[in-house]
Design a protein around this ligand. Structure first.
Ligand code: NDP
Ligand code: 8X3
Length: 252
């Protein structure tokens, strides 16, 4: 029987690449996001190309009731979730703290922290019941170091870093692995979202360097999930070769 993975933020970037990698590794996939047409397209791709079954779940992860309802209503055969990839997240804006927009802050806090908590609260009991599972939280180098103008985004990722450590402790006696994955600059829709569709600013983020791709991060996740049952990677930082940490990038 195929294993089941639930990936949040499967419609784009790291989440989409991870979903496709997992299908290639023989998983059936529960794919979550807000953009229904992208979920439907991905479902077809997974079924046709990888012969994986896919269950699209369309919800806004910031909405507690939507998240709980979606997970509660998962058909019985999908409830045996082996792997949860908490990937949905975003940065919005890049301002000094005194210029920050409340709405940007709320979006980041509600998505990156609250959303991750809601989905974990719904899925973890299913793993506990079978005394097995793996939770992967997509954190960031921004959860390891702060950088100018990164303030609230960094704070949300520091929270993810803390939650990964806390989950690791709480899940220990239930035989559930928890892994914190911290990517550096990856060229996805991340900067387009951060700069609110300003394509030039988004592109400039990666000028003079070779950024990670979603596939690069997915490959790291592939390594993490394919270790023997008694081995758990707790925390892993992966950056482009030209990036040392959240604020130091060498550009040509
Ligand atoms: P993308 O913008 O390409 O993907 C973000 C994903 O999150 C989309 O699938 C989006 O789906 C989903 N998402 C965002 N908001 C919500 C919401 N309210 N409800 C449900 N789903 C939501 O960015 P990345 O792939 O780069 O980002 C994935 C994760 O990686 C994020 O947590 C990000 O912080 C982290 N990260 C990214 C790095 C980078 O440089 N790109 C580096 C380090 C970490 P939809 O819009 O369909 O809802
Ligand atoms: C995304 C990486 O450095 O833009 O988490 O914050 S960074």
């Amino acid at each position: 029987m195929k294993k089941i993975a639930l990936v949040t933020g499967a419609t784009s970037g790291i989440g989409k690449a991870t979903t496709i990698m997992l299908a290639g590794c023989g998983f059936n996939l529960i794919i979550a996001g807000r953009r229904k047409e992208r979920l439907d397209e991905l479902k077809s791709q997974l079924e046709i190309k990888y012969k994986s079954e896919a269950l699209p779940l369309c919800f806004d992860i910031r909405n507690k009731d939507e998240v709980c309802k979606a997970i509660k209503n998962i058909p019985e055969k999908w409830k045996n979730i082996d792997l949860l990839v908490n990937n949905a997240g975003l940065a919005v804006g890049l301002n000094h703290i005194q210029d920050g927009l409340f709405d940007d802050w709320d979006r980041m806090i509600d998505t990156n922290i609250r959303g991750l908590l809601y989905i974990t609260r719904c899925v973890a009991p299913m793993m506990i019941e079978k005394n097995n599972g793996h939770i992967i939280n997509i954190c960031s180098v921004a959860g390891k170091d702060v950088y100018e103008n990164g303030n609230v985004y960094c704070a949300t990722k520091y929270a993810v870093d803390a939650l990964s450590k806390a989950m690791r402790i709480d899940m220990l006696k239930h035989n559930i692995k928890v892994t914190n994955v911290c990517p550096g600059a990856a060229e996805t829709e991340f900067s387009t979202v951060r700069f609110k569709n300003d394509a030039e600013r988004a592109k400039a983020t990666y000028t003079g360097m070779t950024p990670l791709t979603g596939d690069d991060v997915a490959n790291v996740i592939k390594f993490v999930i394919n270790l023997p049952p008694h081995v758990c990677i707790n925390d892993i930082v992966v950056t482009p070769t030209s990036q040392a940490n959240a604020s130091i990038i060498h550009r040509n």
